[in-house]
Design a protein around this ligand. Structure first.
Ligand code: GLY
Ligand code: MN
Ligand code: MN
Length: 438
């Protein structure tokens, strides 16, 4: 049986924060649709992040309706208890269990949704909902809104306005509370320890798949729920494929290994990348590139604090990496011209950061009122500069071809600076050389 989350009060605290921002409305969040893999076999199920964030509820075929200030305020539609189905698929809470264990004011069977929803929407003045996740539910909502309009009779009222719940809840999720940060520390700690286990298991001749297995075994042994995203275990020039998914090559003596993998713990994910030599000793050429990427990564970790515009992180990375590219002989024009002509993109095509939380690429606005958003206490994000020199790049010095390096940590802004949540994963050359293959 799946137990409710350790501290059910967290969800009520989040709902109270949301209620302050959404008075008079109803927020409708269906559970994530189940995905069929083949015949009667499903892909592993993971609840919609927003639904989990506000309730802790993990069952499919459910709908949460939140009506701040109304009675009942929290309403959940769920699957019935069903002994036969539970024999096949496992425990279900049913309406009574949901109300009791998840502290939901009023629960119904999912089959009662169409019957009950009109009354629930009558007193509200707008609806928040996220279109385009489930087409079937989008259509259902349109007809429900028409039913609510008709139920108002000759009042002159039109359809309830529907606003996107993405930004409303996304902005709440963006600012991590003390509860959230504690959970993120856990996910990041599990992730970092699993990276250390992979470092120890790395040696010439080991397969990328085997190292992926080491990562997975480690996170599951530490009670993680799943990966936070598809892991990238890329040896040699595979590291230059940014979203390398095959993970099916053998790690060769003299190559680097880039591993980008994160554990999800109670829905929060870590997102760490480390790059190190398969045989435990950097070559001079690998060091040249690694040292530059590490210096930038450490600079950003050191200066991140409230008030710095998020966009500055990327601007600064582009400056530093472009300088590195010039020094390494990859780019042969001055910095200003290389930046203006976007020449750096050949070797550094991605962004240095994204928000992180329940989703690896988490919610939250990157611009506010047309201006770059500034970091503030509770902003959680990655710092992940990288440099990738394609194996067939005739413009690059031969010794650098096929080197791909990314170093990624997860941080959260505090009152005065930032806390590195992933500092348990070593990134200094001396630490890596002492650990890899030991
Ligand atoms: N692992 C995905 C990312 O770093 O954005
Ligand atoms: Mn990332
Ligand atoms: Mn990553």
């Amino acid at each position: 049986m799946r137990k409710p989350a350790d501290n059910i009060e967290i969800f009520a605290r989040r709902r109270r924060l949301l209620a302050e921002r959404a008075k008079g409305s109803a927020i409708i969040i269906p559970s994530h649709p189940e995905m069929i893999r083949n015949n009667d076999v499903h892909h592993p199920y993971r609840q919609d992040s927003n639904l989990f964030y506000l309730t802790g509820w993990e069952e499919p075929e459910s709908i949460f309706v939140f009506r701040p200030g109304q009675t009942p305020e929290t309403v959940m539609f769920v699957r019935p208890k069903d002994i036969e189905r539970e024999t096949w698929d496992g425990f279900r809470y049913g309406p009574e269990g949901c109300a009791r264990e998840f502290k939901i004011d009023k629960t119904y069977l999912i089959t009662d949704f169409d019957k009950e929803i009109t009354e629930l929407l009558k007193p509200v003045d707008r609806v928040y909902y996220r279109f385009n996740i489930d087409d079937g539910f989008d259509r259902k909502l349109m007809s429900i809104l028409e039913g609510v309009r008709r139920s108002h009779g000759r009042s002159g009222r039109g359809n309830l306005p529907v606003m996107d719940s993405w930004e409303l809840i996304g902005e709440l999720r963006y600012l991590k509370t003390a509860d959230d940060i504690e959970l993120m520390r856990r996910a990041c700690r599990v992730t970092a320890r699993a990276h250390v286990d992979v470092m120890k298991a790395t040696k010439p001749g080991v397969s990328e798949k085997k190292l992926l297995g080491v990562f997975l075994a480690s996170i599951y042994a530490q009670d993680a729920d799943r990966e936070g995203y598809g892991s990238i275990v890329a040896s040699g020039a595979n590291a230059c494929t940014l979203h390398y998914v095959f993970n099916d090559q053998v790690c060769k003596d003299g190559d680097l290994l880039l591993i980008d993998a994160g554990a999800e713990v109670r829905y929060y994910t870590g997102d760490i990348t480390r790059t190190y030599p398969v045989n435990g000793k950097f070559t001079t050429a690998q060091r040249k590139v690694y040292d530059r990427v590490l210096a930038i990564q450490k600079e950003l970790c050191a200066v991140a604090k409230p008030g710095i515009p998020f966009k500055w992180l990327q601007d600064r990375t582009i400056e530093c990496l472009t300088d590195a590219m010039i020094e390494l002989g990859l780019i042969k024009v001055p910095r200003t011209e290389a930046i203006e002509r976007l020449l750096f993109k050949k070797y550094y095509p991605h962004g240095v950061s994204h928000y992180i939380g329940l989703d690896v690429h988490d919610t939250g606005l990157y611009q506010v009122g047309g201006e770059a958003r500034k970091l503030e206490p509770g902003t959680a994000f990655t710092i992940e500069p990288g440099l990738y020199i394609p194996a067939d790049d005739k413009d690059a010095p031969e010794e650098l071809r096929g080197i791909g390096i990314r170093i990624e940590d997860d941080v959260v802004i505090t009152a005065t600076g930032c806390e590195n949540l992933t500092s348990e994963a070593p990134k200094e050359v001396s630490e890596l050389e002492a650990l890899v293959g030991r």
